[in-house]
Design a protein around this ligand. Structure first.
Ligand code: C2E
Ligand code: MG
Ligand code: MG
Length: 304
């Protein structure tokens, strides 16, 4: 095949792809081939057609990132973050598949699976005589509203024989927007069983201070955007806002965890603000649950 014929072939593929995109929507009459978009489409197709097999083949791996108690400097918890590690060793990050799983419903399998993996590690720590740390698990937008969700979670707790207090469920503020009463009812059921509830990414979207009063959370995770704003803001407005949120959370007996702590300066700032815990690359990146066990659990919750 000559070079030009090959090029024509490829161009045709691109045109067909752009056409396909154009047919999906009626808003745009002109479509251009975009290699980034094409790549994304390929990834989406991969995710969609391999997710069940990947779950069966244990390609979804549990990673844990330490959370630090600012008063003691010790590891006081961890956040569970999933990584999809393909057979060829390539890693797919959650931002590339969680939004899809929320759409296609697969997140109800994945979120439960991750909770189960977390418990299996906590069980291992306890069996080997180490002090466990509580672990936070992200819950997709729709999963918490699934029928029987609380019961399913509780079944896993029972099967591992571990206190539900060692699990914190991270939910998103957006879930409270549509129907705060529905969400509160779900939260009450979960709290009754002993699970803790954290609100993730607070301050990243349509945050409202009402949420703090309305939704019965145990923990507030301040989005890393706050740290960015405070660092960039010369007239201290963002600082005052963050200080007030921290203060308010304290009065409401809600624990504060700041996300995205990347520098010593960030660390100093959140201590000064009076936050309870920090999480971020400055203390430790997410590592495989096996490595986390070696580094922080066997190491007696020391950071080093
Ligand atoms: P998230 O829950 O807000 O998780 C924090 C994200 O920030 C993680 O990205 C983490 O690796 C990253 N991060 C931690 N420290 C730093 C830092 O100092 N600087 C910066 N720039 N980033 C930091 P990751 O692991 O890619 O996860 C992205 C999002 O995917 C999570 O955001 C969460 O919403 C979702 N996710 C992850 N695992 C799961 C899961 O098992 N189930 C569900 N439903 N969602 C998950
Ligand atoms: Mg989270
Ligand atoms: Mg977050």
């Amino acid at each position: 095949k000559s070079e030009t014929v090959y090029e024509v072939d490829q161009m045709l593929t691109h045109v067909m792809f752009a056409l396909d995109k154009a047919r999906e929507t009626h808003q745009n009459n002109v479509w251009f081939f975009d290699s980034k978009l094409h790549e994304k489409e390929l990834m989406n197709n991969y995710v969609d057609s391999h997710m069940y097999q990947a779950l069966e083949d244990k390609e979804f791996r549990l990673f844990l990132q330490p959370q630090i108690d600012l008063a003691t400097g010790k590891v006081c918890g961890a956040e569970a973050l999933v990584r999809w590690i393909k057979k060829d060793g390539k890693i797919i990050y959650p931002d590339q598949f969680i939004p899809l799983f929320e759409e296609n419903g697969f997140c109800k399998f994945l979120d439960i699976y991750i909770v189960d993996r977390v418990f299996s590690f906590i069980r291992g720590w306890i069996n080997r005589g180490y002090e466990p740390v509580p672990v936070s698990v992200n819950q997709s937008k729709t999963v918490i509203f699934e029928h029987n969700f609380t019961r399913k979670l509780y079944t896993i707790v029972i099967s591992w024989g571990i206190s539900p207090e060692l699990i914190t469920l991270e939910i998103l503020e957006g879930m409270a927007l549509k129907n705060p009463n529905d969400l509160n009812r779900k939260i009450s059921m979960l709290k009754e069983k002993g699970f803790r509830i954290a609100m993730d990414d607070f301050g990243s979207g349509y945050s409202s201070l009402n949420t703090l009063g309305q939704i019965q959370i145990d923990e507030l995770k301040l989005d890393r955007g706050f740290l960015r704003d405070v660092a960039a803001d010369k007239n201290k407005k963002s600082w005052i806002i963050m200080e007030q949120i921290t203060e308010m959370a304290k009065k409401l007996h809600i624990k504060t965890v700041v996300e995205g702590v990347e520098t010593g300066e960030n660390d100093r700032m959140i201590r000064e603000l009076g936050c309870d815990c920090g999480q971020g690359y400055y203390y430790g990146k997410p590592v495989s649950a096996e490595e986390f066990t070696e580094k922080y659990i066997i190491g007696g919750h020391e950071l080093n």
